[in-house]
Design a protein around this ligand. Sequence first.
Ligand code: URA
Length: 238
Amino acid sequence: MRVDKLLGSLGYGSRTEMARMGKAGGIVLDGVDLTDVSKRIPITPDLSSRMEIDGRPLDPPPGMALILNKPLGMTCSRKEDGALVYDVLPDRWRRRDPAISTIGRLDKQTTGLLLLTDDGDLLHRVISPKRHVAKVYRATLARPLAGTEQALFAAGGLVLEGEDKPLAPAELEVLGPTEARLTVTEGRYHMVRRMFAAAGNHVEGLHRERIGGLALPDDLAPGQWRLMMPGEVDLIFA
Ligand code: URA
């Protein structure tokens, strides 16, 4: 890909701006000033360690994925008002094309593991109902568990209010009187909250711990994110 096109797609600026930046010595590839921004270079995952823009490593090239520990109060939908999960990312990344989107969504009041990517194939592989990727949530409930929830969810067939397609079986692990871990393989709107509502309870706190075999890293505080490392994508499907 042409360097000016690559940098434009990463949000650094227009072709004219990139030509100016190249001439001014702001673009360095393998330690050498890259003054001709019409040069074509292959997009490889190691490009950020080989290229510097204004003295800083190049942003991750297209085909990237991130892990975010979603904090309370941020929304995943760009259509809603208020703080968005995208606000924690660098400003320039808003101009990336392909754009970065969340892989599925978490409610405003849900915390924990949220993946973001600009890779449409990856996004569809994770959310595709055919793949049955497990999503694991820890729920804090308003009232003590009745004792019937495990069987209710495990049987499958529960129909959520306003829907007619029954849910697939889901696994409930009781962690305490008002604390449970729920593993689901679907991704319906407000699913966990609505499942507990169907069981006569109310979810007060919801935290996603895992997607497939990928757990939220312990060292990622709420609001913190990092690039996914090689192998972590495979863990999702492991
Ligand atoms: N189920 C919910 O109810 N909310 C989420 O954010 C995710 C799953």
